[in-house]
Design a binder for this molecule. Structure first.
Ligand code: IMP
Length: 191
């Protein structure tokens, strides 16, 4: 089956290709002739992942899946959420972290979770798969690996931040891996 992964991230594509095996001919956006920015204008993580996958089906007639992720902090009513990438007003991880820490100053409730939603659109019908990892936001960033909010997020049951873990360690428990595992199971059943 031909299937597009709506991403321009070569690293994500390689990882998912390895998980899916040879039953699927996985295509990038470029490979199906889609060179425009996909719309991401809804106000939820779920909405944005569906919007991207459905856009590809509607405009290119190719079965497709798209992912969207974000950090949800309980004391901030779920912010930064869908705005995670640009929370400081620009796509800058250090500034985004700074804003979060400022907003959480004097806050005892440090609970947070990372969430990924993947939408798969097959012949116009959409299915969604969610991956969540619960944890807490610490007061001072630690670690140099990873990206985004990794230096301030400690997953439940661990002492290290995501940025102090190796990619292999993070991948075993991450929101993204959990959502992708559900997608892979579903696709294996449907191939
Ligand atoms: P995306 O939908 O995967 O591009 O994620 C959107 C934004 O959420 C990123 O730019 C990061 O700010 C944040 N984010 C998502 N996943 C992670 C993660 O695994 N670690 C840290 N930050 C993340």
């Amino acid at each position: 089956m031909q299937l597009c992964f709506a991403t321009n991230n070569a690293h994500k594509l390689k990882e998912i290709k390895a998980l899916l095996g040879t039953n699927f001919e996985l295509k990038t956006l470029q490979e199906i002739g889609c060179n425009e920015e996909l719309p991401e204008t809804t106000d939820t993580i779920e909405g944005n992942s569906a919007q991207k996958a459905e856009y590809v089906w509607e405009h290119y007639g190719v079965n497709c899946f798209a992912d969207d992720s974000g950090l949800e902090i309980e004391a901030l009513n779920g912010a930064p959420g869908v705005h995670s990438a640009y929370y400081s007003g620009e796509r800058n991880h250090a500034r985004n972290i700074e804003r979060v820490l400022k907003e959480l100053a004097n806050e005892d409730n440090r609970k947070a979770r990372f969430k990924t939603v993947i939408t798969l659109t097959l012949s116009g019908k959409s299915y969604s798969f969610e991956g969540i990892v619960e944890g807490v936001i610490i007061e001072t960033p630690r670690g140099t690996d990873g990206f985004g909010y990794d230096p301030i997020f400690v997953p439940e049951g661990y002492d290290q931040t995501f940025a102090e873990m190796t990619l292999e360690q993070k991948s075993k428990i991450s929101h993204r891996s959990r959502a992708f595992a559900k997608l892979v199971l579903f696709l294996k059943d449907h191939s």
